[in-house]
Design a protein around this ligand. Structure first.
Ligand code: AMP
Ligand code: ZN
Length: 562
């Protein structure tokens, strides 16, 4: 079935799609011709022979004549009638029996066969290949990673055992190799020993097998995505350098953003001593104040490097007012975050969180909240056989009755994490309607649904694919931890040599790329320089920590080649 769908998809792409339009046009022409002949048949029969036939009979006679079947059950007996029958039959031969099959063969069948014959899957990479990344298993996460790698011109090869998939990916311009991922000779042919990284994104048992096979050949680092948490250790034993429990991380990110308690627990990423944290304004006493009035920098040393409000990321200035619904992105050291915790204190109020969906991600969010501890209620339409730690309310969350019964009116936060984006969008909309003040954090299984979730009323949306890709990308860059927000990255770059000796203002990094400098890392100095002033001189050996969208990051790579 899948293969058939893939084959049919061929006709919806590129030139075949144009040809399909032509075919539809031709069929419309044939239909008009048949209808015209049917009308003429009835008219001539009535006028010439005084016989009256229904529309359906007219259609039947035309088709029988045009396809040269000629049953002879209905025939003309006049000269003009004979002439008409001959014209109909001849045009049927030309338009239906010659042109139509000829068109089908030359426009569809021939290109399809030709494509298949022409396609020679790659089964070995050239001997001088090196520094490439081998990606085993192509899904939404690795697709998003591939896009990042393409932008940064890092060579990668997707490895698959599926002939159809390899053909399709190649059509998309992605380099593919076809073969069995656990065949040692095939891995040798992929120059695995000279590769920069192996990304294992198959099932846990297949990943384990792949890790063992790679390890029997070389020491190339391996990053694997773990399906079941308990398998992480086994994968490490099998030789994986990183076993990333993506579902657990996603659960944690959903949970940290849904709760307003504590400031330190919102740390998302660190670059050495620089920590990046995202804190809901709700959790602080600064709601309603401008940034200047809040005096966060003076009180704690932290810099507010961004503000999130319903999916819109802005760089605030002194006059920006901090709305209760916003999320502040802060940069600073651990001590500075502790100082903020002193200012904000622990929140006393009841902080009930509803979690819709007790799958692996919802369960991870629950476990995270459990440890804080923050009270929560889990709702799922079926009981989980994997989890022994939590008791979920069994019910379909799309019924408002279930949400009301679970206490949506009193809940402070809501985590929407079913595996179906349409349901997530619906649940976000319904919950916003039932409790306009609730803090909603939603999961997007597909990147293209992020905007709809925001439009439905989510305060924060986390996309599985882009989070997974960011994490893998950071692993490839050798970063230990991750920072993630939809559409915005904090990233580290060594100071481009041509900027040495210039001031930040002279470097024109912001006007040229749109990226802003969050911090400067100095050689042999532990404390990073957080949000340095424009007159700061860029010195040799410094590391830049920048903030910007993926496009701005790309601009930086283009403008300043290290
Ligand atoms: P996972 O993708 O592993 O996080 O699983 C998603 C979870 O969402 C599964 O446990 C589903 O049973 C659950 N789910 C899907 N639709 C609904 C719904 N309408 N109401 C409640 N739970 C749902
Ligand atoms: Zn659970």
């Amino acid at each position: 079935m899948k293969t058939l769908a893939a084959e049919l998809a061929f006709f919806l792409r590129g030139q075949a799609r144009q040809n399909l339009k032509l075919l539809i046009l031709y069929c419309t022409f044939l239909l008009i011709l048949v209808l015209t002949y049917s009308g003429l048949f009835r008219f001539l029969m009535w006028q010439l022979e005084g016989r009256e036939y229904s529309f359906l009979t007219g259609l039947y006679w035309t088709v029988v004549a045009m396809t040269t079947l000629g049953y002879g059950d209905i025939t003309f007996t006049s000269e003009i009638g004979y002439l008409f029958s001959t014209i109909v039959t001849l045009s049927g031969v030309v338009f239906m029996l010659i042109l139509l099959p000829f068109g089908m063969i030359s426009l569809f069948l021939a290109p399809w066969i030709e494509q298949r014959l022409r396609y020679r899957p790659t089964v070995a990479l050239p001997e001088d290949t090196q520094g490439h990344i081998l990606i085993f298993g192509f899904d939404a996460v690795t697709r998003a990673l591939a896009r990042k790698l393409q932008n940064r011109r890092i060579p990668f090869v997707v490895v698959t055992g599926d002939h159809e998939q390899s053909l399709r990916l190649e059509e998309e311009g992605i380099r593919v190799a076809l073969g069995n991922p656990t065949d040692a000779q095939f891995l040798r042919n992929l120059r695995v020993a000279a590769a920069r990284y192996v990304i294992a994104n198959l099932s846990d048992p297949e990943n384990t097998n792949l890790c063992l096979t790679v390890r029997s050949l070389c020491e190339t680092p391996i990053a694997t995505l773990v399906g079941q948490l308990e398998h992480g250790e086994l994968l490490r034993l099998a030789g994986a350098n990183h076993a990333i429990a993506l579902k657990r991380l996603l659960g944690r990110y959903l949970a940290t953003r849904a709760t307003t308690r504590g400031a330190l627990a919102h740390v998302l990423d660190s670059f050495g001593h620089l920590q990046i944290a995202e804190i809901p304004v709700q959790a602080t006493p600064f709601a309603g104040q401008t940034l200047a009035e809040a005096r966060i920098r003076q009180r704690t040393g932290l810099a507010v490097i961004g503000l999130w409000e319903r999916g819109r990321f802005t760089t605030p200035d002194a006059a920006t007012r901090l709305s209760e619904k916003a999320l502040m992105v802060l940069a600073g050291t651990r001590e500075q975050l502790e100082a903020l915790e002193q200012v904000t204190g622990e929140e006393e109020a009841e902080d009930l969180i509803l979690i819709l969906g007790h799958g692996r991600i919802g369960c991870a969010a629950a476990s995270f909240l459990d440890r804080r501890p923050v009270p929560f209620i889990l709702i799922d339409k079926q009981s989980s056989s994997d989890c022994l730690d939590h008791v979920a309310v069994i019910g379909d969350a799309t019924s408002p009755h279930v949400l009301r019964e679970s206490g949506i009116d009193q809940a402070k936060g809501l985590i929407v994490t079913t595996n179906d984006d349409s349901i997530n969008i619906f649940l976000t909309l319904a919950s916003r309607h039932l409790n306009p003040a609730i803090r909603i954090v939603a999961r997007a299984n597909r990147e293209e649904n992020v905007d709809q979730l925001y439009a439905a009323g989510a305060d924060f949306v986390i996309s599985n694919a882009s989070v997974g890709a960011s994490i893998l990308n950071n692993v490839l860059e050798g970063k230990e931890s991750i920072f993630l927000t939809e559409g915005i990255n904090v990233f580290r770059r060594p100071l481009p040599p041509n900027l040495i000796g210039q001031s930040i203002a002279e470097s024109r990094i912001r006007p040229l790329t749109g990226c802003s400098i969050v911090a400067l890392e100095r050689e042999n100095v532990e404390e990073p320089l957080v949000v340095p002033p424009p007159e700061t001189i860029l010195e040799k050996g410094m590391g830049l920590i920048l903030i910007g969208s993926p496009e701005q990051e790309e601009n930086f790579c283009r403008n300043f080649r290290g």
